[in-house]
Design a protein around this ligand. Structure first.
Ligand code: 3EB
Length: 347
């Protein structure tokens, strides 16, 4: 197998994972577990990272399972655990905030130091392993909306992230991975997991939205650095990884008090991104019904309204999971990310 064959995501409750010796695991790259894995669960045979965001579902733990065609190899470099095919790598790192070594009184905050440490470890692992291109990255930051100084903790995270990327030759303002950054409970460690590739990706921006790296300073002194979507190399359906997407038009939050309208605006943003991906990238037939969705919900009581809007837009056949999370602007009530492959271009 070559390229990104077999690449994709699947969602399952922890209770429904096959036993460790099952061949089902052979082409699993890694797992993110949302919520509380069963106390008696044995460690999984692939890298697994636990994120303290509870699923809004009956089961206490939802697994996001990433696959790629094998053979796959696992290992650990520094604090980064990984598993990789010849082209794609899944990696994860957990850094408690207090663990980050202090450099005295002034200078960067604990969250900035922790973020810089995590990204330094990630880049060191990718350098050592030869997967230089980060394609998609998930950042789970505790107390993300908490006020600090002039801003919020999210701003501190953004400062450190921007500095880390811009120090690297592989990245520039308009060539950065797709991302999500969500808030977990205060006291949770910084949890980051990611997909990296041996070859270059293509990034896609949304014409309805100002690129995040161009957000004006009122959203923080150093802008968030991520692209709206990343497309893996042009093999096997050109998989598209869509960043966390919210009710933002231009650079402003719209419908601050209306969760149904925020959900519709978010889905319009995703739809627009797919149209852009189709027109820029050789007519790959991406469609909203063919993606898998992960929905972050600020207030559990909004679940029904959000779920109803999604149903109207996507029908009921589309894989969707819902997680309780803080979103990086206080007025945002919902954020949605997605992943999927295309049908081949029509000739
Ligand atoms: C936005 O569009 C909403 O900081 O990595 C979405 C996806 C958002 C990723 C990030 C933030 C991030 O600005 C928030």
């Amino acid at each position: 197998m070559t390229g990104c064959a077999g690449f994709g995501v699947e969602y399952r409750s922890s209770e429904h994972l096959p036993s460790n010796t099952d061949s089902w695991w052979d082409n699993v790259l890694g797992v993110a577990q949302f919520g509380r894995p069963a106390a008696d669960s044995v460690s999984l045979p692939v890298p697994a990272v636990t994120v303290a965001l509870p699923p809004l579902a009956e089961q206490p733990c939802t697994c996001e399972i990433w696959r790629a065609a094998g053979p796959l190899q696992s290992g650990q470099i520094g604090a980064v655990r990984y598993r990789a095919s010849s082209q794609l790598l899944f990696g994860c790192i957990v850094v408690p905030e207090s663990d980050s070594s202090s450099n005295g009184r002034a200078g960067p905050s604990a969250l900035e130091r922790t973020t810089s440490q995590a990204y330094a470890e990630i880049f060191r692992a990718l350098d050592a392993l030869g997967y230089p291109q980060l394609v998609r990255i998930w950042n789970y930051v505790s107390a993300i909306n908490q006020a600090v100084g002039e801003g919020e903790r999210y701003w501190q995270f953004n400062s450190a992230r921007q500095e880390c990327f811009l120090q690297r030759a592989e990245y520039s303002w308009n060539n950065v991975p797709a991302a999500s950054a969500l808030g977990s409970a205060a006291g949770s460690p910084l949890v980051i997991y990611f997909i990296a590739s041996t070859s270059a990706m293509r990034t896609i921006e949304n014409p309805r939205q100002v690129s995040a790296y161009r957000y004006p300073a009122k959203f923080g002194p150093r802008s968030p650095l991520f692209s709206r979507a990343a497309q893996l190399p042009e093999t096997a359906g050109a998989p598209l990884l869509i960043s966390g997407t919210a009710s933002i038009v231009g650079c402003e939050t719209v419908h601050p008090d209306n969760v149904a309208a925020q959900t519709r605006e978010t889905l319009t943003n995703i739809d627009t991104l797919l149209a852009t991906a189709r027109s820029e990238n050789g007519g790959h037939a991406y469609s909203v019904e063919q993606l898998s969705y992960k929905v972050y919900v600020r207030r559990p009581t909004d679940l029904q309204a959000i779920s109803q809007e999604l149903g109207n837009f996507l029908g009921t056949q589309t894989p969707v999971i819902f997680l309780r999370a803080d979103i990086c602007r206080r007025e945002l009530l919902v954020e949605i990310e997605a992943v999927g492959a295309a049908r081949p271009p029509a000739h």
